[in-house]
Design a binder for this molecule. Structure first.
Ligand code: NAI
Ligand code: MG
Length: 488
């Protein structure tokens, strides 16, 4: 495909290596589908191990060029120009993303805006990462330096392609690293357009390389490449394990963001009017394909029926349509993902679980579109797979509890620990709960806090480790050196 109506026309079959756009080895491609219609829309380059090797070499060489000489303030200014350029191309990015992954236009636009914001945040942060001086024995001057790892690999998923590219590429560049980006098979188009935008904004050749392709080939060869110094990965637990094993061969640090099964805990004294939009939206935003989806709703017995009836009323009004219809939900990303989520809904029905509410499908949706109605299951046993596994679709479960102790036990009773929402007006309980729950982010009387790029994000347990977003991420994208000088 060549993106038309774009001032940055690009050929989706080309990958970016060392400042050159060229086809993958042997011209290999794979097909790209629009999940709103099921139609194939274009082909995208399918990078080989050789292509990835070329990209890593280009990223290594770029460290010795202009980029390696830039001061932190100059890198910051360049990141700010990239942020501005992303904003100037917001419409193209939005349209392309909506077509590629099925996001309703407003949600796709939010992602483009967030990507620009990541670059703005990391632009400002680039020259503010400091070392320390350390009081030590007489005759010594000791200080620490923060330096880039060097070549960083970024393997990202399809659910928030622009936001996740923004957070990992923005942070890595702020610290002076170079990058090789492997977008997901189902979401490569905006990564290619973004690379064009960054290039035009002045990012030197080889600093960002993009190798679209499939996980088992391009992803695996990037994760195991002996000349990559750091890997950041967002995706499934299974692939996260493979990435960690591959990196272990080279003793290379990894940041793993592996999703979750995040609870929202509603106590009897909660402000239900305030909670309701979050109880609903945190589970259905992006059609539920969100690592931090607050989709496990734990409700204290005194308000249990009230919460179910309010959520049911709201969910039964949610509409599912094509990305361009811009309703509350679009399709899932792919037929594969729809099959996974349909399987979960079927398993709930087969276990005799009761569905409290479902949303509404638009009329005349294309037959091959990947649509699922938002679905609310009630009285789900905490150990049922619907309450344990990441569904990654618009399926929410409600679980009753009696006491705070029981709420903590259920909340912490999965393999994951990404996010927890706590709804209570009792201040002491807010503080007890924040300490007791297993999660990298905790929200009290809100969920997500608007997704601010400033807020460090990452998991505990099988949700992974390392922190992305915010200033904290910059420590992960850098190496600490300690320098001790002996003097008279
Ligand atoms: P995935 O984990 O297979 O894909 C994520 C990225 O990893 C993609 O870029 C993919 O090409 C790459 N990849 C796949 N196999 C690889 C390998 N062997 N070596 C290196 N890279 C590899 O996710 P998938 O299959 O698309 O989705 C399946 C499930 O994963 C979802 O249902 C959801 O539960 C979870 N997931 C979680 C995400 C999160 O935000 N934490 C994002 C996407 C998926
Ligand atoms: Mg697609």
């Amino acid at each position: 495909m060549t993106a038309s109506n774009s001032s940055l026309a690009f050929n989706s079959e080309e990958i970016l290596i060392g400042g050159k756009w060229r086809p993958a080895e042997n011209g290999a491609t794979h097909d790209v589908y629009n999940p709103s219609t099921g139609d194939m829309i274009c082909k995208i380059g399918k990078s080989s191990a050789k292509d990835v090797d070329d990209a890593v070499r280009a990223a290594r060489a770029a460290l010795d060029g202009e980029w390696g000489q830039m001061t932190a303030v100059e890198r910051g200014r360049l990141l700010m120009r990239i942020s501005e350029a992303i904003k100037n191309h917001e419409n193209e990015l939005t349209t392309l993303e909506a077509m590629d992954v099925g996001k309703p236009i407003t949600q796709a636009r939010n992602d483009a805006v967030a990507m620009a914001r990541y670059f703005e945040f990391y632009a400002g942060a680039a020259d503010k990462v400091m070392g320390h001086t350390i009081p030590y024995m007489d005759g010594y001057m000791v200080y620490t330096l923060r330096e880039p790892h060097g070549v960083t690999g970024h393997i990202i998923p399809w659910n928030y392609p622009m936001q996740i590219a923004g957070r990992c590429i923005g942070g890595a560049l702020a610290m002076g690293n170079t990058c090789v980006l492997k977008p997901a098979e189902d979401a490569g188009l905006t990564a290619l357009l973004f690379a064009r935008i960054a290039e035009k904004a002045g990012l030197p050749s080889g600093v960002l390389n993009v190798v679209s392709g499939v996980g088992a080939e391009a992803g695996a060869s990037l994760a195991g490449h002996p000349d990559v110094d750091h890997i950041s990965f967002t995706g499934s637990v299974g692939v996260g394990k493979e990435i960690q094993k591959a990196a272990a061969e080279n003793i290379v640090p990894v940041t793993l963001e592996l999703g979750g099964k995040s609870p929202q805990i509603v106590f009897d004294d909660a402000d239900l009017d305030a909670a309701l939009p979050f109880l609903v939206n945190a589970g259905i935003q992006n059609a539920g394909q969100t690592c931090s989806a607050g989709s496990r709703i734990l409700v204290q017995r005194g308000v249990y029926e009230d919460v179910i009836s309010r959520m049911s009323e709201a969910i039964s009004k949610l509409r599912v349509g094509q990305a361009t219809d811009n309703l509350e939900l679009g399709p899932l990303v792919s037929a594969k993902q729809k099959a996974i989520v349909d399987g979960y809904i079927d398993s709930g029905k087969e276990s005799g679980l009761s569905i409290a509410a479902q949303g509404v499908m638009s009329d005349d949706l294309p037959e091959k579109g990947c649509y699922i109605k938002p679905t609310l299951f009630r009285d789900v046993p905490p150990d049922h797979k619907l309450a344990q596994e990441e569904i990654f679709g618009p399926v929410q479960v409600v679980i009753p509890f009696d006491t705070e102790v029981e709420a903590v036990k259920i909340a912490n009773g999965t393999e994951y620990g990404l996010v927890t929402g706590i709804w209570t007006e009792n201040g002491a309980r807010q503080m007890r709960m924040a300490k007791a729950v297993k999660a990298g982010q905790i929200f009290i009387n809100n969920y997500g806090a608007g997704g601010g790029v400033e807020l460090p994000f990452g998991g505990i347990g099988k949700s992974g480790f390392g922190r992305e977003k915010g200033f904290e991420a910059l420590y992960g994208f850098s190496v600490l050196k300690t320098v001790a000088t002996k003097h008279d």
